[in-house]
Ligand binder design. Sequence first.
Ligand code: C5P
Length: 242
Amino acid sequence: MTRRRRIYEGKAKVLFEGPEPGTLVQYFKDDASAFNNQKKGVITGKGVLNNRISEYLMSRLSEIGVPTHFVRRLNMREQLVREVEIIPIEVVVRNVAAGSLSKRFGIPEGTPLPRSIIEYYYKSDELNDPMVSEEHITAFGWAAPADLDDMVALSLRVNDYLSGLFLGNGLRLVDFKLEFGRLWENDEMRIVLADEISPDNCRLWDVKTNEKLDKDRFRQDLGKVEEAYQEVARRLGILPEG
Ligand code: C5P
């Protein structure tokens, strides 16, 4: 068996060279980290669940016309994706106060926000992913103004669609993080959704009980982390190898 070339290893995923030019294989690990790697652990089965959940959500988004890097799931832990140039900005969309927003502004967790709020963070482990403004993003050339416009428009569409999809399954989409990449086709560039969408990068609360069914269970040592990810998959009507 030939060993595949490892392109990049992150905290929760590994990217390998794909079978055809312009493709990559995205491998989902069980490793979990929080607070910029200060807290580390393993959530057994997380990789399998996130691979399946992200496949499902990216496929639904693709059906409504949101361009994504996702091609198809290959097996329990791997999916085929298009190779993109990752834009070094994390886009966070918030519907309800939680996490760093609650802390920064002293707004109690669970307070509905008057409208959805978009924030940007510069992807840099050394700098601890600092929050940045549109001015920083365009002045430092991380994204062109037109690219940023596309990222915002896509983020709002994703928020509208996923909020409804989760609500229909008894889950509140409190907030989430997206990443985007540049994809070239026939000398034309377009911005596409990249990375993953899973309970690792979304806050999902049970609509009735406000029970947390996402990575906050790991961050806050609430226990039953794998069970929470499993419950999200169950509510979406998908099983690890369904
Ligand atoms: O910590 P904070 O409240 O800023 O997180 C907002 C949202 O972005 C949460 O859903 C969290 O899971 C996600 N996030 C992420 N990766 C980061 C930071 C935040 O997926 N590096």
